[in-house]
Design a protein around this ligand. Sequence first.
Ligand code: NAG
Ligand code: NAG
Ligand code: NAG
Ligand code: NAG
Length: 514
Amino acid sequence: MIMSTIWLLTLFSVIYGNSASHYLYRNLQSLSSEYSYDQPYRTAYHFQPAWNWINGPMRYGGLYHVFYQYNPRGATWGNIVWAHSVSKDLVNWTPLDPALFPSQPSDINGCWSGSATLLPGNKPAILYTGIDSMNRQVQNLAQPKNLSDPFLREWVKSPKNPLMEPTSANNIDSSSFRDPTTAWLGKDGQWRVLVGSLRETSGTALLYKSKDFVDWVQAEQPLHSTLGSGMWECPDFFPVLSNGQLGVDTSLNGDHVRHVLKASLSAKQHDYYMIGSYNATKDVFIPDNGTNQFVLSYDYGKYYASKTFFDDGKKRRILLAWVSESSSSADDKKKGWSGIYTIPRTIWLHKSGKQLVQWPVVEIEKLRAYPVNLPPQVLKGGQLLHINGVTATQGLQEYTSISFRIFRHQHKYLVLLCSDQSRSSLNKDNDLATYGTFVDVDPLHEKLSLRTLIDHSVVESFGGEGRACITARVYPTLAINDKAQIYAFNNGTVDVKITKLNAWSMKKAQINRN
Ligand SMILES: *[C@@H]1O[C@H](CO)[C@@H](O)[C@H](O)[C@H]1NC(C)=O
Ligand SMILES: *[C@@H]1O[C@H](CO)[C@@H](O)[C@H](O)[C@H]1NC(C)=O
Ligand SMILES: *[C@@H]1O[C@H](CO)[C@@H](O)[C@H](O)[C@H]1NC(C)=O
Ligand SMILES: *[C@@H]1O[C@H](CO)[C@@H](O)[C@H](O)[C@H]1NC(C)=O
């Protein structure tokens, strides 16, 4: 982006190590022997293990279910099953036995990603990608064996699998045909589902229709495709209210909703979305504004393969994503695990209609302890304000800074949110990238706000009340456990007023430990 800029100031920002308190440290001491060796990077309230992508999150029987790609035989890709965990509150998770594992010719080489749909009568159905005996990507169906079991422990695969497959007639590339979405029901009584694909350089959301969820027919044209965007993984397609924060069922359409189409661009390893309308007569997605380029991202840091689901209990749409490591594979092997999930985020359309807003689910706040509330105060240029943690003697040898920068551009101000990992670790084997994005706020008329969730090796930041999100992985060697501290700083020359500053230590959640 070329623009003439005048650097004004760096506004209220925080620096910290990786966990904010003694509390987390004490808990780390009491872990089972499996984790008793030094694990400063193991997260305390972010879901793990999450070897890979998120599959079919949903709410059923009063429980939240997530499934995830997992290799039960080791820390490498292969033997992929659908591991399964359930939660009452989206904070604490209990592991169950894998829900799906290779067992049929249509998935004998792996059960890859997919989505859950609730059929009429509250009956869950999973559509997922199987790697068949010829190593082709095909789409399969599985349904619960016992609907009275809220844990949905056992799943039965359709004897008609695969239900969608690449053929010479449909000209689908058998290595680019995966990740079915949650299906939606049209007014004509037919189900529709998208499958991510690639046609030459165009990323594509192939559309399939079915009356009974078993016999699927490919529509003549895809729901949408974008020239040059490369393979679309994990597509997601859902309505949001034009006005309001409540989530709505995936099948809803009408004047009062807008539609969101999201694709995980394999080439960029990034999740992008467009806002537009869904013309149900033509079965096409029409992006607002006639722009057909991916500009908006859910998250401008490390973030991929996200999926949403509608929480019919609390009437909200929840977004989950996979966050891979930024450490070297040698370090990953040493710590014995790889990958986490973001904190589940509620999402809705911003009142401008131009972008989505994301905010951590409210349940996460029950982990808060030991509040620190600073009185309103002015931060002078160059000032560093200690917020929390025991002041270390080692100084700021390692720090991660989350900051706003304000630029004047013609007669407007532009606000940039940055997450700078370049000094996060003395271990230079890590990916020390710096992330940044503009935040659509007007600093003349609005206060700048920042919320950051810090959990050992992950830092999730929400700027402008959820209008810009950046997730980063950090691996400090000194600023770990009770050595970590939080500061507010003003790195500019003009005074900055802090009107409100709250911090908490986060208690440890119970995640995937029996
Ligand atoms: C179905 O699940 C319910 C609840 O867990 C259980 O009581 C019942 O025995 C199960 N039925 C079968 C046939 O397994
Ligand atoms: C959908 O497309 C059809 C055919 O082009 C058009 O007649 C109709 O007005 C469109 N509907 C909406 C809601 O835009
Ligand atoms: C329309 O597109 C322009 C240019 O990409 C963008 O600046 C603007 O925000 C878009 N408006 C909406 C409502 O999406
Ligand atoms: C503060 O500004 C100085 C000089 O521009 C820069 O070197 C330093 O990295 C900045 N610190 C932070 C935490 O952004």
